[in-house]
Every structure is written in structure tokens, then in C-alpha cells.
Ligand binder design. Structure first.
Ligand code: MRU
Length: 357
């Protein structure tokens, strides 16, 4: 699981940038098939994000940054004027931004790319500058995850069993993962860590992706269906819960994959610490509380089917929110690349960002 990064390109299990295209492992087909989707223009990247070829907040952000570069390449083949190029880049940004609403990393990465284009200020060398910025975003993501891992590993003792929800692993990032990065770091320190992975209906990121990538890394991983989490906790099998995040509000409310809230309530009931591992790029200080986070609703088909087979009566009503919000009072700590943040979150997240200035 080593990222190869040079000025020319980047190659991880999740994504490869070869200078002309973004190549993504097709996460819709895992764990049974390892096939790749080549995105040679920004529209293809937008479609790959929307259709969840690539998913997970930091991975979406990095993919969008490379999409922006592909947009700039296309534009600069047709125009030689900086102002015109900047106007057209707005459309590229909009197309990429319109794909998924909840994970703030997407908007964070696109804003950063746009800032770079503005800062560069001229037509000559624009694509090159943007390509360097996208590579920087990708490489920083890996370094950030390793730092999250180092901080978070302190919270895990040798012999711990950790429950996780969805996939906040290498596949959800450029590499290494956030929640799963913490598990990887603890394992690298020689701690014996067992993992319970919630299957995470309806899209099954836990059953398909978390189980797949943790098994590849030699973890002892057990898949349970989502409705088993409470019983497993009651039996005393779980020492800690660690999940990722798609957006964290300034007060510490956490939007993450649907079902996370339920796990957090259960953890509280059983006195189990509930940790959220996320880069600071996932913290949206412009949003006061979780009630302001847009929650994506996805196709009814995802709930109506399982493994490609219809499982509900025809014409039944279906509701498919892809994320939920866990109230800050249920979160024991937020593990970031800058350190572990404890309540009161409003105060401590503010401090974290002020220190970073
Ligand atoms: O719909 P997805 O698969 O993109 O949702 C992913 C999650 O909810 C992850 O837990 C989150 O993005 C954190 S990834 C490090």
C-alpha cells in the first residue's frame, strides 16, 4: 500500500494520475472484480464521483482536483487567453461540485484548485501549476492520514476490538485511510487489533470494501449486519468505535454514512468510546451545527435491491438518505492530523483553526 508520487504522477490502490488521465479502481465492482475506470476528461471524473466509482470524502476531493486539471487541459487547447480560461474553469468547477453534496472535501479541494488558478494569474504554465496543486492535495492526504493514524493509535490498547462503520479506509482516501488509518498505525506499532465491520446497507461499503482492504492487510476482521452492532456491544466484544466523517460542523456535529448515528447512540448506551477520525479539511467552520449540512438522498434502487436482486414489493415507498448527523455530545473525540480534539468542540475546534493561521 505504498504511494508512488513524482511530479509526473501518482499511483495508489485507489487512484492513479498519469499526467493525461485519472485512473480509478471501480469501487462498485469490489470485492469480486478489480477493474479500473479511466477518466480522460473532467466530465468522466464528475460521473465517476456521482456514480461512486470513487467514494469517500477525501478520495472524492482528490479526484475532483485531478478532474479540474483535466478541465484546464481541455480549455487551454481551445483558448490562449487567461481570462477566458478562468471563465470556462468556472463551469468545470460547477460540474465537479454538482456531483455529491455532503462531503465538504469536494468543495474544499475545488476551492483550493480555483485559488491556485487565480494566484497563478497568467495563461502560461497554468495547467502545470494546477497539476502540481492536485498532486500536492493527493500527497498531503496520505501524509495527513498517517498523522491521524499516529495520533489515533494512542487511543487503542493492545488486544482491542474496534467496530467501524462504512469504509473510511485507503479506498475512501488517496491511501492509508482515516478511521482505518488509525487501525493500521496501531497494528504497525505491534498492537493486536481486531475489527468488526458493519455491513453498511444499502451500499455495503463495510461488507464489500472495509472487509476487503483490511483482509488484504492481514487484519482479523468480522463482518456483521448493521442490526447486530447493539448486541455485539452488549456482549462486551467492542472496546472502541472509530468512524470517518464527510463533514464536521463548527460545534462538532458529524455527518457520516447513514447508520453512524445509530452506532454512536449504541456506543453511548454501552459506555464505549466513539471516535471520529478525519482530516481538518473535513471540518466546515462555516457551518454552526449539523442541521445545516446538506444530506444527499440517493436512488430508491439502492434500498429496493440487494446484490442486484429486488427485495421489496413493487411500488412500496422507499427513503434513502445516504448520510446522517451524529450530535457532538455522542462523540468522545475527533482525531485529526493536528491532534486529538476533545469537547467542548465549539471552543476547541475554533482554537485548532486559529492556531493554524
Ligand atoms: O457514500 P460514501 O461511500 O462516499 O460515504 C463514505 C463515508 O461516509 C465515509 O465514512 C467518509 O467519507 C469518510 S472517508 C475517510
Amino acid at each position: 500500500m505504498k504511494a508512488k508520487a513524482q511530479t509526473k504522477g501518482l499511483k495508489t490502490m485507489t487512484m492513479e494520475w498519469n499526467g493525461d488521465a485519472l485512473i480509478l479502481i471501480d469501487q462498485r465492482r469490489l470485492p469480486f472484480e478489480e477493474v479500473y475506470v479511466t477518466c480522460a476528461d473532467y466530465r468522466a471524473v464528475a460521473l465517476a464521483i456521482k456514480e461512486m466509482v470513487v467514494r469517500g470524502a477525501p478520495a472524492i476531493g482528490a479526484a475532483a482536483a485531478f478532474g479540474y486539471v483535466l478541465g484546464a487541459k481541455e480549455i487551454t487547447r481551445k483558448t490562449y487567453n487567461y481570462e477566458q480560461a478562468m471563465m470556462q474553469l468556472k463551469n468545470v468547477k460547477e460540474t465537479l461540485a454538482r456531483t455529491r453534496p455532503t462531503a465538504v472535501n469536494l468543495f474544499w479541494a475545488l476551492d483550493r484548485m480555483e485559488r491556485k488558478a487565480v494566484e497563478h494569474g497568467k495563461f502560461e504554465g497554468l495547467v502545470r501549476a494546477l497539476e502540481e496543486e492536485a498532486l500536492k492535495i493527493a500527497i498531503e492526504d496520505i501524509e495527513t492520514n498517517k498523522a491521524i493514524g499516529r495520533h489515533g493509535a494512542q487511543l487503542l490498547e493492545d488486544g482491542f476490538t474496534v467496530l467501524t462503520h462504512c469504509n473510511a479506509g485507503a479506498l475512501a482516501t488517496v491511501d492509508y485511510g482515516t478511521a482505518l488509518g488509525v487501525l493500521r498505525a496501531a497494528k504497525e506499532q505491534g498492537k493486536r487489533i481486531k475489527v468488526y465491520a458493519d455491513e453498511t446497507r444499502p451500499y455495503l461499503q463495510g461488507a464489500r470494501l472495509t472487509a476487503w482492504e483490511l483482509m488484504k492487510d492481514g487484519f482479523d476482521v468480522t463482518v456483521i449486519s448493521d442490526n447486530m452492532a447493539g448486541w455485539v456491544m452488549k456482549q462486551g466484544k467492542i472496546n472502541a468505535v472509530i468512524v470517518g466523517a464527510d463533514r464536521i460542523a463548527a460545534n462538532g456535529d458529524v455527518a457520516n454514512k447513514i447508520g453512524t448515528y445509530m452506532v454512536a447512540v449504541l456506543a453511548k448506551r454501552h459506555g464505549i468510546p466513539f471516535y471520529v477520525a478525519a482530516p481538518t479539511s473535513t471540518i466546515d467552520m462555516s457551518i454552526k451545527s449539523g442541521s445545516e449540512i446538506p444530506i444527499e438522498e440517493r436512488s430508491h434502487e439502492e434500498v429496493a435491491t440487494c446484490g442486484g436482486k429486488r427485495i421489496v414489493p413493487n411500488n412500496v415507498n422507499i427513503y434513502n438518505p445516504a448520510f446522517d448527523v451524529t450530535d457532538n455530545e455522542l462523540v468522545t473525540a475527533i482525531i485529526t492530523e493536528k491532534g486529538i480534539i476533545y469537547p467542548p468542540y465549539e471552543e476547541n475546534l475554533k482554537k485548532l483553526f486559529e492556531e493554524g493561521k
